[in-house]
Design a binder for this molecule. Structure first.
Ligand code: MG
Ligand code: ZN
Length: 382
């Protein structure tokens, strides 16, 4: 019996140590009440613009852990309206993975990027750990420009699912090396250490430069760059939580659009609001709301471009919900939200899909997360 207990204790220690090393953002920090002080106005979007039936460009924005309640908490906190409120076609995505009713971001991201359900923890590989082509890779092969933007490390599960083929989401250095195998035109996020401080002593920043990438450490440093291959690694690992990282996400989204739109054949861009999920794991209402509003301001950049371009589709969705969040009280006039939570992990519920622009009508209804990929692929005509 004692031996059994001791082994259990040892095993728990190993689990705690390894979990902390890999997922250092999953600290519970229960804060139910949030009162917003930073409000923004939402520009009216044309709703009957003469959009093309098929998009030349697709901007897919993923709010990690962003369920309907997270969206409504942001609507409430901004006194009734956010950019997402203006996206006329709304659907629901069922997020179950191949091996779990409750998905993680690896399987969730891979379903969105490849159209296949896989096991939790997988990055761009199927249940047999075989690589599957992603919408970003198909876009490259078809002459489109491509981009990835995230607030987390760019090697984290969601952005990784669009460019890497790795059996385990925690292998950040392996994921970084996969960035050298695809000519993604623009990528902006954290994670410089996984490129430049590696166990194998490769320096992927130098290798990127040899491949004609312009590599920078901040958006400010890169402000004069308007074309060409561009990598901006804005922090050693993950970026800071909002507001400490400033307007990194909306600015990076705008930067990517500015460069990618120069490609005559069109572009595919994925933008992730990575830390809505982390606020959910923390059960912290302010954290969730501020990250969701920051993500929404990035969505505003994409919508503004789509409204004038008329050949662009903007899709906003999530990989899963986090926290089992609900709202028990609040004020639309004061921007107050009283959240509550049922778990420190992910939940199984459907997540919203919002669409605006060319081909947006295809995203109404209830469907599996894999359909988001299928619909994008069909609209691009691949
Ligand atoms: Mg993520
Ligand atoms: Zn999570």
């Amino acid at each position: 019996m004692m031996k059994h207990l001791f082994l259990t204790f040892l095993f728990s220690l190993v689990v705690i140590v390894s979990t902390n090393a890999q997922e250092d953002y999953k600290h519970k920090d229960l804060k139910k009440h949030f009162e917003n002080t930073e409000f923004y106005t939402v520009a009216d979007l044309p709703q009957n613009a003469n959009f093309k039936k098929k998009p030349k460009n697709i901007i897919l924005l993923i709010g990690d852990g962003m369920g309907v309640v997270q969206v409504f908490s942001a609507i409430t906190a901004n006194k009734g309206k956010i950019n997402m409120s203006q996206m006329p076609y709304v659907g629901f995505s069922q997020t179950q993975s191949a091996d779990n009713y409750v998905t993680d971001s690896g399987a969730g991201g891979t379903a969105l990027s490849t159209g296949q359900r896989t096991y939790n923890g997988a990055i761009g590989v199927d249940v047999n750990k075989q690589p599957i082509p992603t919408i970003l890779e198909l876009s490259e092969q078809n002459g489109l420009a491509t981009g990835l933007v995230s607030t987390s490390s760019i090697t984290h599960a969601t952005p990784a699912s669009f460019i890497a083929h790795i059996p385990d989401r925690n292998l950040y250095e392996d994921i970084a090396a996969d960035f050298l195998k695809v000519e993604v035109d623009v990528f902006i996020g954290g994670g410089k250490d996984f490129f430049a401080k590696r166990k194998d002593e490769r320096n992927l920043v130098d290798e990127l430069k040899q491949k004609n990438y312009q590599v920078y450490n901040s958006l400010e440093e890169s402000k004069d760059v308007e074309s060409g291959l561009l990598a901006i690694l804005t922090s050693d690992k993950h970026n800071e939580v909002y507001p400490n990282r400033g307007n990194m996400l909306p600015d990076a989204t705008q930067k990517a659009i500015t460069i990618l739109q120069k490609n005559k054949k069109g572009f595919f861009l994925m933008v992730e609001g990575s830390m809505i999920d982390w606020g959910g794991h923390a059960n912290n209402t302010g954290y969730i709301v501020q990250e969701t509003l920051d993500f929404d301001r990035a969505i505003g950049k994409a919508l503004k471009f789509a409204a004038t371009n008329k050949e662009t589709l903007v899709i906003v969705t999530a990989d899963h919900e986090t926290g089992g969040m609900t709202i028990e009280g609040g004020s639309m006039t004061e921007g107050k939200v009283d959240g509550n939570y049922t778990t420190g992990g992910h939940t199984a519920v459907m997540v919203p899909v919002f669409a605006y622009g060319a081909g947006a009508d295809k995203f109404a209804g209830i469907y599996n997360n894999t359909e988001v990929f299928a619909k994008m692929k069909a609209l691009f005509g691949f």
